[in-house]
Design a protein. Structure first.
Length: 319
């Protein structure tokens, strides 16, 4: 068990493929437990970073301390670090039970203990009835859940998940999110995903990578401080004059209204934070006689991501 207080510490990490710089000066420190998001455009370096942490790629420059191990691939990490690639591939004609038992044997676990761990993992993703079948019979969604099952075998302390809910129907995606949240109570779980609205619901911290550099990291509150989006359902359809009055609020960065639905981007970077910004908005609405019937936070993480990666001018229809 790791008692250092940090699950992952990265200092000065850089990596090249030939002349191409893929990662440049990455600094990242994470606690022992919790769910953390890693996001960025395609080609930003997320998969490379995952591969270095997992020990799949040689460390070229910088240092990584993982759990209580001084480097990736250290013997102390055996059975304590788990990885789910975006497109995990399983043998089509070998039973899933045999494949997962083999994976446990690589971590030094076999026999009855390994069998119990495999059965428990498969039950958690509702695939226990498929244990004695090969992966050839699994649908895409079932294959994705099998990838999650192999990543949660045993009691890993650091889990890397690449697009764990991609291609899943809403019910199975919710189930996997629940598993991730439960894992985060006792392990450090790093999730890479392009579904930022979904990710925002389960993570406590986030890092954004763009062109090989980590352009932001911290709590979701810290990273989205300038970009808090709220969606409101109104009791009435507002007039253009009322919309202009709301737009003139100091902390309103952008506002749009369709029928009785209002979307507002707030600047919550002041000392009062999001509470102060939201209070100003709601007071202005009540003053204008606009009763809010329902309020929920929208894609704040997406707005921060678009600003920090230089895509903030992207057409909303293409987001």
């Amino acid at each position: 068990m790791n008692s250092s207080g940090h699950g992952l510490t990265i200092r000065g990490l850089a990596h090249r493929f030939g002349e191409k710089v893929v990662l440049d000066g990455i600094e990242w420190s994470l606690p022992n437990t919790g769910v953390v998001g890693l996001v960025g455009p395609n080609g930003a370096g997320k998969t490379t970073l995952f591969s270095i942490i997992a020990g799949f790629l040689h460390l070229q420059q910088g240092s990584l301390e993982i759990l209580d191990a001084p480097r990736p691939g250290h013997p102390r990490l055996m059975g304590r670090l788990a990885v789910m690639p975006q497109d995990a591939i399983f043998a089509r004609d070998v039973t899933i039970l045999d494949q997962l038992m083999f994976l446990r044997s690589l971590d030094g676990v076999s026999g009855r203990r390994a069998r119990i761990e495999v059965e428990e993992a498969m039950q958690r993703v509702d695939l226990e009835d498929e244990l004695h079948r090969g992966a050839a019979v699994l649908s895409h969604g079932m294959g994705k859940r099998l990838g999650v099952a192999q990543a949660i075998l045993g009691t890993p302390e650091l889990v890397l998940l690449d697009e764990p809910t991609a291609g899943l129907d809403p019910a199975n995606a919710r189930q996997v999110r629940g598993i991730i949240c439960e894992l985060g109570k006792s392990a450090l779980v790093i999730v890479s995903s392009h579904n930022l609205l979904e990710l925002q619901e389960i993570i406590e911290r986030v890092a954004i990578i763009s062109e090989g550099k980590m352009v932001a990291s911290g709590s979701v509150e810290e990273v989205t401080r300038r970009d808090r989006r709220f969606e409101l359902r109104l009791g009435v359809k507002i007039t253009s004059d009322q919309e202009d009055a709301l737009r003139s609020c100091e902390k309103v960065r952008h506002i749009s209204c369709i029928d009785d639905r209002l979307t507002v981007d707030l600047d919550a970077s002041s000392e009062g934070g999001v509470d102060e910004a939201l209070t100003e908005l709601l007071q202005a609405m009540l003053k204008e006689g606009i009763p809010p019937r329902e309020l929920r936070e929208g894609a704040s993480l997406e707005e921060a991501y678009l600003r920090l990666t230089g895509d903030s001018q992207q057409d909303p229809a293409d987001r």
